[in-house]
Design a protein around this ligand. Structure first.
Ligand code: SF4
Ligand code: SF4
Length: 233
């Protein structure tokens, strides 16, 4: 899921002041931002109170099913068209993808109310960790299922670096070095002897903006495996 955190409130207020917005509609997201407790019903009501305390009118609010779903968000905007029309601006408590989806669904100025932090694993309720940066050229097959791109702060494909000390990371000193973990797991699985140097990544595999069209069977920016080959990985 996409992990979001609250955006600096002063910046939101500056955004609203810059266009003289006194009346605001607030949109949230029923999926990731609700689970992350940044853009669900409680957080929208909190934002509403803060805006009202500062003398602004909240014309309405809605937590759609999934903010980044174009069809659903357009439907939500239509359902709330009166309150959105009354507003000078829409504040969106969702990830950046959701903010853009709302911006496409209304002609009102739209402002983000959250920062999009990372794609996160839910480790336990309320605890999220980044495990994948969606690099488009996954190396988990040769790193025993531990992502060095994400879990090594330097993103090194081969390690440990010279700063590793007694198995611990020199950057995140309370964490075990990702490459120590990778090597231990490979050894436990009897795969260490076969482990060579992981070749440089093919960053062209992550062409932006990503796009998948299942109807036409196309993914923008992804080379065919036959184009990539072993040596080019
Ligand atoms: S190697 Fe790339 S795709 Fe695989 S887990 Fe790491 S960031 Fe994600
Ligand atoms: S100590 Fe290990 S995890 Fe930390 S930066 Fe160096 S290689 Fe990466």
């Amino acid at each position: 899921m996409i992990i979001t955190r609250p955006r600096e409130w002063d910046r939101i207020i500056r955004n609203l002041d810059e266009i003289g917005a006194r009346k605001v509609f607030i949109m949230g997201c029923g999926q990731c931002a609700t689970v992350a407790r940044t853009g669900g019903e409680d957080e929208l009501l909190e934002a509403k109170s803060k805006l009202e305390e500062q003398g602004r009118e909240v014309t309405g609010w809605a937590v759609g099913e999934v903010a980044c779903h174009s069809g659903g968000t357009r439907l939500e905007a239509r359902r709330n068209s009166g309150s959105i029309d009354d507003a000078d601006a829409v504040l969106v408590l969702s990830c950046g993808a959701g903010v853009q989806t709302v911006a496409d669904a209304t002609n009102k100025p739209v402002f983000p109310g959250l920062e999009s932090a990372f794609l996160g694993n839910v480790v336990r309720h309320g605890i999220f960790e980044e495990r994948c940066q969606m690099c488009g050229d996954c190396v988990l097959d040769v790193t025993a299922g531990i992502c060095p791109v994400t879990t090594c702060p330097k993103g090194l494909l081969n390690g440990p670096c010279g700063g590793m000390w007694a198995g611990m990371c020199e950057v995140l000193t309370d964490h075990e070095c990702a490459h120590v973990r990778i090597r231990r797991r490979l050894a436990e699985q009897g795969r260490i002897a076969a482990q060579g140097i992981v070749p440089p990544k093919d960053f062209s595999a992550k062409l932006k903006p990503g796009s998948v069209n299942l109807r036409q069977g196309r993914e923008r920016g992804r080379k065919r495996d036959s184009d990539i080959g072993e040596a080019g990985r």
